[in-house]
Structure formats: C-alpha cells, structure tokens
Design a protein around this ligand. Structure first.
Ligand code: FAD
Length: 551
C-alpha cells in the first residue's frame, strides 16, 4: 500500500525497540547439554539431538505448542444417545507433538535399545523437544516409566512392552495388543491421600482366573486418561497392590473407566488430568499382592528423573527467551544485555540452568548404567534422583519468574509464552512426590540404604581438592549427616544438592562457571534473589558459554 500524506497524518507510531520473534531457533544449541550428552555415554545420539533441537525451535513446532495449550482437551462423557464414551478430544496440534515425541524415542524406546547411553539420549531429547510444550511430556514420561514396573509381571510385559517401547503413535482407542503403539498412565492418588498412598481405598477383588481382579473405587488425579494402559494401586486381600488396567479389554469391549471430570489446572493445560472411577473394572496384578508400593516405585523413580529433566528444560527455554529479548531491547541508551545488572541476572540464571541440565544428565547416566547392572550407579541414583527432584524442581518457579521479568511487561503477556512456562514450573515439584516427600525420602535412603550415602560421597570425593568452598561444604555436609531430623530435611537435602551440582560443575564446566557457582551457592557470596552474583564473577565468560548469540 502506498502511504499518502493523509495516512501519515493518522499513523500513531512505528514499532521500534521490540525484539524479532525468537522462532526459529536451535533448541539444542546448548553447550552444557551437548557436553553432558557425550560425557554420559550418548555421544552417538548427538546428530539426532541436533536435528530434534532444530525441529523443536521451528516456527511450526512452537505454533503446535501454543495451539495445544490454547485449545484445551475436552471431556466427552456420553454420546448423543446417552451411552458412556469417556473420551477426551485434543486439538490436532497435541497429536502432532505426541507423534514427534514418540517417534523420536522420548516414550518407552530406551528400554528396547541395547546401546549404552540410550536413557541419556532420551533425557537429552526431552531437554530439547520439551522446549515446545511441557504437557505432552506427561504421557511420554509415564509410558517410559511404566516399563520397569510392568516387568514385574513378565507375561504382561511380553505382550505390552514391545508396543510401549515402539516409536509408533497410535491414538485410536482399540484393543491394546492389536495397536501399533501404546501409551501408559498411572493412578495412585485418591481424594483422601496422595503422598500417603497407604490410605487408598480402591478395592481389588480376585476373580476365579489367577492374577485377574476387579476394581471398585476412584482416583482423584489420573493424568493423560486417553492412555491405553494404567498402572493403578488398589487394596487386594493381602494389601496395597499394583494392577494393570486397560481401557479396552482383549475381547474388544470397553473396560469400566469412567472419567468424571477433567481438572481445571493452573498450568499443564495442553494435557488432560482426570478423576476416573472404577466399578467392576478388570485389572491384572503386577508384582506380588501386597507389594504395590515396591512395584510402582520403579515407575516413580523414572518419572522423578523426568521432573528434573522437565524443570531443567523450562529453565533453559526461559533463559533463551530472556537472552533473546535483552539482546534486542534497549533502555536508558544501551542494550539491556550490555547493562551490568541485567548481565548479573542473566549470568545467575545461566549458572542455575547449567547446574540443572548437568545434574539431569548425570542422573540419566546413573539410570542408564544402573539398568545395565552397575550397582554403584544404582545406589547413587537411588539417593541422587530424590535430591535432584527436590532441589531442581524447587528452583523452577523462582527461575521462570525471574526470566519472565527480563522481558518486562511483555513477559507477563500470554503471547510471549512466558506465562505458560511459569505456570508449568510449580507442578514439577508437586507430582511424583512433593518437596517434603522427596526430602523425607532422602532421609529414608540415608537411614536404610547406607550404600546410597556412600555412593553420593564417592561422587563428591571425585572433585575433592579442586575448590576450597566445595571441600568445606562437603565437610559441612558430613557433619550434618548425624543429625537427620525430619524438620531439618530440607536444609540437609539442599546442601546435598548444591554440593552435588558444584562437584559436577567443578569437574566438567569451565572455571568461570564453576567458580561463580561455588562462590554464590556454597561460599555465601550471594543474595536471596537471582542477579546477586559477586563482583568477581566472570559474567562475560558465563554468558558467552550459555548464550553465545544472546549474551
Ligand atoms: C496436574 C497434576 C497431575 C497429576 N497427575 C497424577 C497422575 O497421573 N497420577 C497420580 O497418581 N497422581 C497424579 N497427581 C497427584 C500428585 O501426585 C499428588 O497431588 C501429589 O503426590 C501430592 O499428593 P496430595 O495432593 O494428596 O497432597 P498431600 O499428600 O496431602 O500433601 C500435601 C502437602 O503435604 C506435604 N506432606 C505430605 N506428607 C508429609 C509429611 N510426612 N511431612 C511433611 N509434609 C508432608 C506434601 O509435600 C504436600 O506439600 C497429579 C497432580 C497434579 C497437580
């Protein structure tokens, strides 16, 4: 259109000093991530991770994420004739996201992959693809995590594992064994108790067929109710037990899985979380009767690793967004990225993000080696996963709030995507064991599994002598181990997490990163908010590593 003087008179403003859109960007352009991938034994996956990173940052994938959250899943309880259907309808964008996630091996695939590092590769894949949308990470995570629990009942695993570990996304509701690929969810939480699952009242009654029961009761939270299979806790005659519940029975009839409502949630809005009821619901026993917690804890160990991974993903995603904004925005005569106090904020966030990513990959490496029979790594994983779940997810909400603020008012507006990331962050410290529950689980490991504590201190010892503040913190930690009171559990676990993160950075990150982390997090040279690193921190080096284009 040609502007006439008339138009010019009515033009109110030009748009200046606003950043260009971030997409497309490369979600795998993260030095700490790629170094961790190689270090933890999955260097072979780098090409695939880089490809996935470009896809995650593409305009199309970012649009899918936005649409899947804007058009939330809808529950259809009945058809037009009054028959129960219990279906959840999703926007096509959700299915696009799921198809990529399953196809790229982010669901059960590592369990069918003999290559050392397969679980690390999956975690790294989650760290990049999760930068689209966190919601669909829920069913992929539960599908991944269901396998070790399902293996407690080999004849069930034989039928379903190949379909849970495959790379085909097949969302249609059909007989599970006849589908191209399956998804699994879990039902533990009831109205009267979530952390304390011993209070579950859902009853399991044995039928004449060995191993087959019927369930009667309810669950208060069961996410991703469109999954094919669920691991569900219920009270059998010998106590709380784990069961496999299909939504469609082998003869093609529908199992009773009445979805009463979907939750209206703070965040995680692309994903559906439901309240199902069971009544004569057919279920197969998984693991021995009375050992439900012991069986399903195999699943929870894996989903806790994913909580660390997803928090680290949100950190990285929002850091990249913050870095992009401040590079393109000026205030008071200079680009924000060049302003010393903004550099301190970004640098502090960058340290936190690298520490979270490095820990997530270390935990994935431990899981990978534990699965392959390494007992020391299994002992380390036992305690370190609970420590990481407590701390990294606890840091998520404060981190995303600070990153959001880097965008000023734009960050508070939905279009920026930052509110969505911010709303997601608290969930990761609630599900799979809330903060206190994880901190108390660390105490349990210390009391009952001395090998776990030994494995943690062996890990810390490998960085001994490299940094005086770290050495002092490890000594402090050893001193506190004798006083494992419940009331002091958070303090103890926080110190464990910080020493563990510091030891990883001291061994593997550039000196500027390790030094600033140790000075602030262990040396006490730090304030209570982000952006309070000491003057001596080498912010240029920290930012050049974390945000080569944005710092
Ligand atoms: C979006 C969403 C999706 C979910 N999806 C699923 C799902 O798919 N399947 C499923 O089974 N569950 C699911 N949950 C439930 C979730 O796992 C539980 O909400 C969580 O485990 C906490 O249980 P609760 O809500 O019963 O809280 P409570 O157990 O009542 O805990 C409340 C608070 O008390 C604290 N607390 C508990 N015990 C102690 C103690 N001994 N000492 C000190 N403090 C303590 C907790 O840390 C928490 O802060 C989901 C939850 C959400 C929000």
């Amino acid at each position: 259109m040609v502007l006439t003087p008339e138009h010019e008179r009515h033009a109110t403003h030009d748009v200046t000093n606003q950043p260009p859109p971030l997409a497309p960007y490369d979600a795998s352009e993260d030095t700490a991530l790629l170094e961790g991938l190689r270090r933890e034994g999955a260097g072979w996956a780098e090409e695939g991770i880089r490809r996935l990173g470009l896809r995650a940052g593409s305009v199309q994938a970012q649009e899918w994420a936005e649409l899947a959250n804007r058009h939330e899943p809808e529950l259809r309880t009945h058809d037009r004739y009054g028959n129960r259907v219990d279906e959840v309808d999703f926007h096509p964008s959700w299915h696009h996201l799921m198809r990529v996630a399953v196809g790229e091996g982010l669901a059960g695939a590592p369990w069918a992959d003999d290559r050392p590092g397969a679980h690390v590769a999956r975690t790294a894949g989650g760290l990049v693809w999760g930068q689209t949308d966190a919601g669909h990470g829920c069913p992929t995570s539960m599908t991944y995590a269901a396998i070790p629990a399902l293996r407690r009942q080999p004849e069930l695993a034989k039928v379903y594992e190949p379909l849970l570990t495959g790379r085909a996304y097949d969302p249609e509701l059909r007989v599970p064994a006849e589908k191209r690929g399956l998804l699994a969810g879990m039902g533990m939480t009831e109205k009267q108790g979530g952390s304390d699952v011993r209070t579950n009242t859902t009853a399991a009654t044995p039928t004449a067929e060995p191993g087959v029961y019927t369930l009667r009761g309810h669950k208060w939270f069961t996410s991703a109710p469109m999954c094919d299979l669920f691991l569900v806790l219920a009270q059998a005659p010998d106590g709380l037990s784990c069961f496999l519940v299909p939504r469609v029975l082998p003869d093609g009839s529908r199992n009773t899985f009445r979805i009463q409502r979907l939750k209206d949630k703070l965040g995680n809005r692309s994903n559906a979380s439901s309240e199902p009821e069971f009544d004569g619901t057919v279920a197969w026993l998984v693991g021995p009767e009375g050992q439900g917690v012991k069986t399903i804890i195999e699943m929870v160990n894996c989903t806790r690793l994913d909580c660390v991974m997803m928090s680290a993903t949100l950190m990285r995603r929002t850091l990249v967004e913050a870095g992009h904004h401040v590079r393109h925005r000026s205030a008071f005569g200079a680009r924000l990225v060049d302003q010393p106090l903004m550099r301190n904020v970004l640098g502090d966030l960058a340290l936190e993000s690298e520490a979270a990513t490095t820990l997530a990959l270390r935990l994935a490496g431990a899981a990978d080696r534990a699965v392959r029979g390494n007992a020391d790594e299994a002992a380390f994983r036992r305690i370190a996963t609970a420590v990481g779940k407590y701390w990294v997810t606890k840091r998520g909400p404060a981190f995303t709030a600070e990153a959001l603020e880097c965008l000023g008012g734009n960050g508070y507006v939905e279009e920026s995507g930052m509110p969505r990331h911010y709303r997601e962050a608290p969930l990761l410290s609630i599900w799979e064991g809330s903060g206190n529950v994880n901190a108390l689980d660390v105490l349990r490991a210390l009391r009952r599994e001395s090998r776990s504590a030994q494995a943690l201190f062996a890990e810390l010892a490998s960085a001994q002598g490299a940094d005086a503040r770290l050495d002092a913190a490890v000594t402090r930690l050893k001193g506190r181990m004798a006083q494992t009171s419940e009331a002091g559990a958070r303090r103890l676990v926080e110190l464990m997490a910080l020493t563990l993160q510091a030891s990883l950075l001291v061994r593997h990150a550039p000196p500027a990163v390790a030094d600033a982390f140790c000075a602030s997090r262990l040396g006490g040279d730090w304030g209570h908010a982000f952006g309070t690193l000491p003057d001596a921190a080498d912010l240029d080096a920290v930012l050049a590593r974390a945000l080569p284009d944005g710092g």
